[in-house]
Design a protein around this ligand. Structure first.
Ligand code: HEM
Length: 436
């Protein structure tokens, strides 16, 4: 147990290589999404264009899902006391399935190749099954609550959201590949899938993690307990009601419920900005600023979604997608990676009894700041390209550069860890022998 962060148990942290394999390969999928935009000038013409669907899944399953599974590998034991059995072996199998599945699905959706779509979806299903079973077993054996935090509960809810989003995605992929007749029309099923993937999985996991890491790394006051206690369960209940309304009571209750869900997303963004404004940090570092930009994008995205429901303009759903996926999730994930990876490098060196360089030495802020400026530029060009399509090539170049730079910055931290004496097989005490 660490005095500074009660309820967090770093003794249960998995070997560095377990989460790291996800964190290092995720930016490669971001590079692929940028290259897709460079290769396909019509990708940003409509939310339904094959290029948009391919790029969405390179980012959603190739980057977002990977980073979030890697982070869960770390957070479940440390925050929720849920240690995964053989974390390294689970990570190896799961990572290979998720990465290859993301390639297959994104390629299949982009090139309209049903076999690739179905193969990708099947590999993703197997990968998610491996992870969800391992996580469920660990959570089942974990102590009910730890230190009064809502994070362990919300991690469980996010995993439920992931299972539902993935099930809808697999049904979609099978329907598209096999020409299956569905009980509801395709666009509605896609909206359900996207809603559960973004709110039921992405937003719940970012919120559950933020309850701990925002006060911890950004030195803000804690989130109000009234919010952390009610936010995630309310999101889940509203998502269930919205799903029912969307399928059986369309044009009656679905739009008001969708607006309520967007209001909840905006509330999380606004509360985080408010806490950041009260941070005791003397000067905001690059990660702090990136998280702030991400929260601003979440609020704008939460406004663009209802607008796209009322106004019949092709650009609005795309605008909402770019704000939420690239502005919100990629921004928040990049900001968190720049805190989590150097922290883990420092933690594993310290646990191995090595005098570790401090986090600023492991990840110099000037390098992070430059990369995050490219991220902000990429976001601006993507948003403009939604309205001025020829700019999608510039957006593709900016996105490619952004993720190549993110990869280099993360790889640089790992090299610094190695130079400081980090060993892949290092344990931190006799207990480490339990990990294989
Ligand atoms: C098991 C994994 C997944 C599978 C098999 C899958 C499959 C699909 C399929 C087949 C479509 C519809 C494509 C079409 O309309 O032609 C789709 C749409 C979509 N998926 Fe997934 N998906 C998965 C995971 C995810 C995740 C994790 C996210 C986000 C976090 C996501 C976000 C989206 C979005 C936003 C759309 C709508 C795109 C648009 O309308 O432009 N998917 N997915």
């Amino acid at each position: 147990m660490s005095g500074a962060n009660p309820g967090l148990s770093y003794d249960d942290a998995p070997p560095f290589a377990a989460p790291l394999r996800y964190f290092l390969t995720a930016p490669l999928f971001g590079i692929a999404a940028g290259l897709l935009l460079l290769a396909d000038g019509s990708a940003l013409s409509s939310r339904w264009s094959p290029g948009a669907l391919g790029a969405v899944h390179l980012v959603a399953t190739g980057l977002m899902l990977q980073v979030m599974l890697g982070a869960l590998m770390q957070i479940l034991p440390v925050v929720a006391g849920a240690s995964l059995l053989s974390p390294l072996r689970t990570a190896r199998v799961n990572h290979a399935l998720i990465a290859s599945g993301s390639i297959g699905l994104s390629w299949g959706l982009w090139r309209a190749q049903p076999i690739a779509t179905l193969t990708g979806a099947t590999l993703l299903t197997l990968g998610l099954a491996v992870f969800l079973l391992a996580a469920a077993r660990a959570l089942y054996r974990a102590p009910a609550t730890r230190g009064g935090s809502d994070t362990p509960r919300d991690l469980r809810l996010a995993l439920v959201g992931l299972a539902i989003a993935a099930a809808l995605g697999i049904l979609l992929a099978t329907a598209l590949a096999r020409g299956l007749a569905l009980p509801i029309d395709l666009p509605t099923l896609v909206n359900l899938h996207a809603g559960w993937a973004w709110m039921g999985w992405g937003a719940l996991l970012v919120a559950a993690t933020s309850w701990v890491v925002v006060p911890m790394f950004q030195i803000t006051p804690p989130y109000p307990q009234r919010l952390t206690r009610a936010w995630a369960p309310t999101v889940l209940v509203l998502l269930l009601l919205w799903s029912i309304a969307t399928t059986v009571a369309r044009d009656v209750a679905d739009v008001p419920l969708a607006v309520m869900l967007c209001a909840l997303a905006a509330t999380f963004g606004a509360m985080t900005l408010r806490l950041q404004a009260r941070s005791r940090r003397s000067t905001p570092d690059a990660s702090f600023l990136a998280f702030r930009l991400a929260m601003a994008a979440v609020i704008c995205g939460a406004l663009a979604v209802p607008l796209s429901l009322f106004a019949d303009a092709d650009a609005l759903p795309l605008l909402a997608g770019v704000l939420i996926l690239h502005g919100g999730f990629v921004g928040a994930i990049s900001a968190m990676l720049y805190k989590i990876v150097p922290f883990l490098a420092w933690l594993h060196l310290t646990q191995a009894g090595i005098k570790a360089p401090n986090m600023k030495k492991l990840s110099p802020d000037v390098l992070v700041r430059r990369q995050l400026r490219v991220h902000a530029f990429a976001l601006a060009t993507l948003l403009t390209a939604v309205f001025v399509q020829p700019l999608s090539y510039l957006a593709g170049a900016a996105v490619t550069t952004e993720f190549a730079w993110l990869f280099l910055n993360l790889a640089r931290i790992v090299l610094a860890w190695r130079r400081a004496g980090g060993q892949w097989s290092a344990g931190h005490n006799p207990a480490s022998k339990k990990y294989v």
